[in-house]
Ligand binder design. Structure first.
Ligand code: ZN
Ligand code: ZN
Length: 367
């Protein structure tokens, strides 16, 4: 048994312990739940997985015959051309199931209705069964996240001396991707956000929205991550092109204090609301309460947004082994924004910060 085979088998056992039904069905159709499928059996292609105490069956089609052999072990593989419809129903019937839990957040209403009409077992929606399990990471998973964080940090450190006034945001983003991939990242964790000047005030910046050339006096925000064994890091740093304005420096100092305050209270047993509030109260007191619209952070793993949530609405409590971001920000429309995002591993005593690119002062580039 390889290390990974043992890991995925243990995850399936943990899932079965949480089940109120005899089995659970999970789909990955056009990437709809790629992460959970990989998490439970190692397979990165498309298919349907049935996990029960009796047996685990992966139903896929002939496109994946070779791949499935390489990526999975100790589970039954069944090829069905129609694994979205009649194929999966016959597998469930073959297992003698009358009811089956379905990981419902990632299936469409259309599929649910169509499959319901095929006369198979009753489908019982279970929204967060696998997501809850994925929230707490094993030492192996944490090691992958650590490596992904290091790749992102190192790429940023190599990029900084290359940045020049007049470069284009897209050019800078492409170079950052190149540096991460060259060092061994499997790809980018998500679309890289490099935004300069007033563009940095847009939380989900899209380069078509404005000018994109780096100018002296711009705030320059980077939000990006690397990917190792499917695990994604997520880091934001804000730099200054040349000398920052007094206002930019003031915002930076507030956001940095908020980032540090939240890291100081993040620990097993703290709630998502409490950790968020540690940063948010500080930003409010500095007069920027209405300029920090998003939540403080989110879990990371095989996907870039996982449980738990750190926000004023969070229902989550932190536990040892969770890995989350801490990312306060202040955004002034027409001027620019600052966000400082770290990745942390939650422990009983506090948290360990696994992103290490310097943040303690507003770094000047392009000079
Ligand atoms: Zn981010
Ligand atoms: Zn994030």
């Amino acid at each position: 048994m390889t290390h990974e085979t043992k890991d995925v088998a243990a995850r399936r056992s943990a899932l079965i312990e949480r089940l109120t039904e005899k089995a659970v069905l999970l789909y990955n159709y056009e990437g709809s739940d790629r992460a959970s499928l990989r998490y439970l059996c190692g397979f990165t292609g498309e298919g349907a997985l049935v996990v029960s105490a009796k047996e685990t069956v992966l139903v896929t089609d002939s496109r994946y015959t070779e791949q499935v052999g390489r990526e999975t072990a100790e589970i039954r593989i069944q090829e069905e051309r129609d694994w979205m419809g009649a194929g999966i129903v016959s597998v469930l019937q073959g297992l003698g199931l009358e009811r089956v839990a379905i990981v419902s957040k990632r299936v469409t209403q259309h599929w649910f209705d169509a499959t319901g009409k095929l006369g198979g077992p009753t489908l019982v929606p279970e929204a967060d069964l696998v997501n809850d399990l994925r929230a707490v990471k094993s030492p192996t998973e944490i090691e992958s996240l650590r490596k992904a964080a290091r790749l992102a940090d190192d790429a940023m450190a190599r990029l900084v001396p290359e940045i020049r006034v007049g470069m284009d945001e897209a050019q800078v983003a492409l170079r950052l991707e190149w540096l991460m991939r060259e060092a061994g990242s499997e790809g980018i964790a998500f679309d890289i956000n490099v935004s300069a000047g007033e563009n940095s005030a847009l939380n989900h910046y899209n380069p078509v929205l404005g000018r994109s050339e780096l100018r002296r006096g711009d705030l320059l925000l980077f939000d990006f991550g690397a990917c190792v064994n499917g695990y994604r890091s997520d880091i934001t740093r804000t730099l200054s092109v040349g000398k920052p304005s007094g206002q930019a420096q003031a915002i930076y100092d507030v956001v940095l204090q908020a980032n540090i305050a939240a890291i100081a209270v993040a620990r097993a047993g703290a709630t998502g609301i409490e950790v968020d509030a540690a940063a948010r109260d500080l930003i409010k007191k500095a007069g920027y309460g209405d300029r920090f619209g998003h939540g403080l952070g989110h879990g990371i793993g095989l996907e870039i947004h996982e449980r738990p949530a750190l926000s004023p609405q969070s229902k989550d409590t932190l536990a040892r082994g969770m890995v989350t971001t801490i990312e306060p920000g202040v955004y002034i429309p027409g001027v620019g924004g600052v966000r400082i995002e770290d990745d942390v591993v939650i422990t009983d005593e506090g948290c360990e910060v696994i992103t290490s690119f310097p943040k303690d002062r507003l770094i000047q580039v392009g000079t």
